[in-house]
Structures are given as C-alpha cells and as structure tokens.
Ligand binder design. Structure first.
Ligand SMILES: NC(=O)c1ccc[n+]([C@@H]2O[C@H](COP(=O)([O-])OP(=O)(O)OC[C@H]3O[C@@H](n4cnc5c(N)ncnc54)[C@H](OP(=O)(O)O)[C@@H]3O)[C@@H](O)[C@H]2O)c1
Length: 315
C-alpha cells in the first residue's frame, strides 16, 4: 500500500510516499481503509523533533486521526464496510497512523459513525470536533445562556468551537492577534483583537483558552464569579505556567480546567454527530489535498498559512 513512513527528522519538503505492506490484522485491532484524514500540529512536531524520542515507534506512519471504512473487523464487533472515525490513543506515535491507504488500529479507538457527509468534510471532525466538544461540554459545561470567550479563535479548533457554541445559542466573543483575520471570526457575536490584555475589556462566564499559558493569567481575570476557563490550546508557544500562584492568580470563585483529547468514546462521538445533524452544521475545513500531494499538505501545515483544518483525501 502507499504510505508515508519516516524514521528520522523529516522536513515537509522531504516527505515522500513509499510502498509498505498492508498490515496484518490481530485480535482486538481492526483494519481501516483510510478515506481521508485531518492534519495536526502534533504531526509537524513528530516529523521535526519528536521522531528522535525513544517512545516513538520507528519507522512510523504519522497521522493521529482518520475517517474510513472497516476493511477487516478481525474478532471485534465492527462490520466490514462500516463507516468509522479513529483518533489518538498512540496513533501515529506508538503504532502506525493515518498517512496510508490502510491503518491497523485498536478497536477501542475506532468509532462507528452514521453520516452522509463527504469524506473530506468528515475528515475535519475527529480530532478537532472531539477536542472542541470535550472542552466546551465536558470541561466548560457550556449552556445556551453562557457568554463564551474563545481566545486564539483563528485556528481549526477555534472555528469549530465558534460554530458549536453559536448553534447552541451562546454569545461568543472570539479573538485573534491579527487584525487581518477579524473577518474569519465574524460569525462570532464579537470579533476582538487580542493585544495580550483582555481583562477589564471583556467579562464572560466561560473561556476556551487556545493561546495557552501565554495568556491564561489574563483570561482568568476576564471571568465572572463562578466562571470556568478551559486550557486546551498552546498556540502562544508557552507550555507551562512557571511560577504560577493559584491562590493569587485564580480569582475567588473562578474555576480552571484543561482538556486532553486522548480519551475519545463512542458516546461522545455519537453526541457530536447528533449535534451536527440536528443543527445542520457542515464541519469546517481550510484546504483539501489529494494524498499524492501529501508533501504539499505538510508544507502547508508547517507554513501555518491555511486558515482552518487541512484535510487529505485518499484516491
Ligand atoms: N488539548 C488537546 O487535546 C488538543 C487537541 C488538539 C489541538 N490542541 C491545540 O489546540 C491549538 C489549536 O489547534 P488547531 O489544530 O486548531 O490549530 P491550527 O488550525 O493548526 O491553527 C494554527 C494557527 O493558529 C493561529 N493562531 C491563533 N492565535 C494564535 C496565537 N495567539 N499565537 C500563535 N498562533 C495563533 C495561527 O495563525 P495566525 O497567527 O495567523 O492567527 C496558526 O496558523 C494548538 O495549540 C493545538 O496544539 C490541543
């Protein structure tokens, strides 16, 4: 089968398609015919840095998510031909991922779906919508009467979160650090330039922090009493809260939580698709590449210039 397989630091320009054997099924794992997949910043990190780490299987087929059909259910309850999505759980790191015609995946990280969306639209869903959903509902307990701040909204996750929160009926304040990108978040109720200080300018009940540790102290000061901040993104490039003093820096009665997308469930996947269907939402993506152009897709990912999810479609 055609696949991308790497065993050393691989700049996007050196990404190439090779031939490797179709994986053999084993108990508890299913063979998925990959129809399309979304791309993620973590795959860029894998190619450029993480590939050197001992815990990465080498060679490795990158790709932490995909959509496709069951080609061989092995001894699981899946049916041949069933439509599925898969994400995380070591995919593209501990075992081969989605940059391939077939992926052998642990059944507990593969989820049945019932959707007529085209494959490239479906491919925008698994990681991005699961993370948006988990952040908004599991962590922020989002309700229609909430005012939600989405900090760093000009990313795939931000666009998905605006779409979901607006469909729910929330008031959404979305931020970007680039004036030129304000039109991209104009479907929020307020599109705001983030100059690093929002405290004193906005007051909200819920906040989805996608810039991360760089701005979270300020976000905490944007909350009403009883408000919740969910730390999900790292766009600001600062990963830890050095010298963080919770007593002084979390205002009284404000809650801080975080979301990690490593634990998807069938129930959550069902809820996401039911919501998309009920509200007639088209999952949003930025650009679609054919698999034969995976190198260009990786270059686009590394450039950071695509507005929204990059998806790749198999022939
Ligand atoms: N917690 C989890 O489990 C989880 C899961 C998935 C993703 N994430 C994280 O969530 C974030 C969004 O992921 P994604 O896949 O949606 O990203 P993405 O679509 O690849 O977005 C990248 C874009 O974000 C924009 N951005 C917006 N605000 C920014 C800021 N303050 N600083 C730098 N860049 C900014 C940049 O464009 P401009 O600079 O031009 O605006 C950049 O091109 C990432 O940090 C990702 O690692 C976390």
């Amino acid at each position: 089968m055609k696949a991308v397989s790497i065993d050393k630091i691989t700049p996007a320009e050196e990404v190439a398609i090779t031939e490797i054997p179709v994986p053999e099924v084993k108990s508890g794992w299913v063979l998925v015919k990959v129809k399309a997949f979304g791309m993620n910043h973590s795959e860029q990190i894998l190619r450029l840095l993480e590939i050197k780490a001992d815990y990465i299987q080498k060679p490795i087929v990158p790709g932490i998510e995909c959509v496709g059909e069951i080609a061989d259910p092995s001894d699981t309850d899946f049916q041949k031909g069933q439509k599925v999505i898969a994400l995380m759980g070591g995919m593209g790191r501990s075992f081969n991922g989605s940059y391939a015609e077939y992926a052998l995946l642990p059944a507990h990280h593969v989820f049945a779906i019932d959707s007529d969306l085209p494959w490239e639209r479906l491919a925008a869903v698994p990681e991005t919508y699961f993370t948006a959903w988990g952040s908004l509902f599991e962590c922020l307990h989002l309700q229609p009467n909430d005012t939600l701040l989405i900090r760093g909204a000009t990313c795939a996750l931000g666009y998905a979160a605006i779409q979901i929160a607006k469909a729910l009926g929330c008031k959404v304040i979305a931020t970007t650090h680039r004036e030129s990108k304000l039109p991209l978040i104009s479907n929020a109720d307020e599109a705001v330039i983030d100059d690093g200080t929002l405290a004193g300018k906005v007051k909200v009940t819920k906040a989805l922090e996608l810039v991360g540790a760089k701005s979270i102290r300020d976000t905490l000061r944007c909350m009403v009493r009883g408000g919740i901040v969910c730390h999900t993104g790292l766009l600001g490039g600062v990963y830890t809260l050095d010298g963080f003093d919770p007593i002084k820096e979390i205002p009284n009665g404000v809650y801080l939580t975080g979301f990690f997308s490593n634990y998807p469930t069938q129930q959550t996947v069902d809820e996401i698709f039911a919501f998309l269907n009920e509200h007639k939402l088209e999952p949003c993506f930025g650009e679609c590449f054919d698999f034969e152009h995976i190198r260009e897709a990786c270059i686009a990912l590394d450039s950071g210039k695509v507005n929204g999810k990059i998806v790749v479609k198999m022939p």
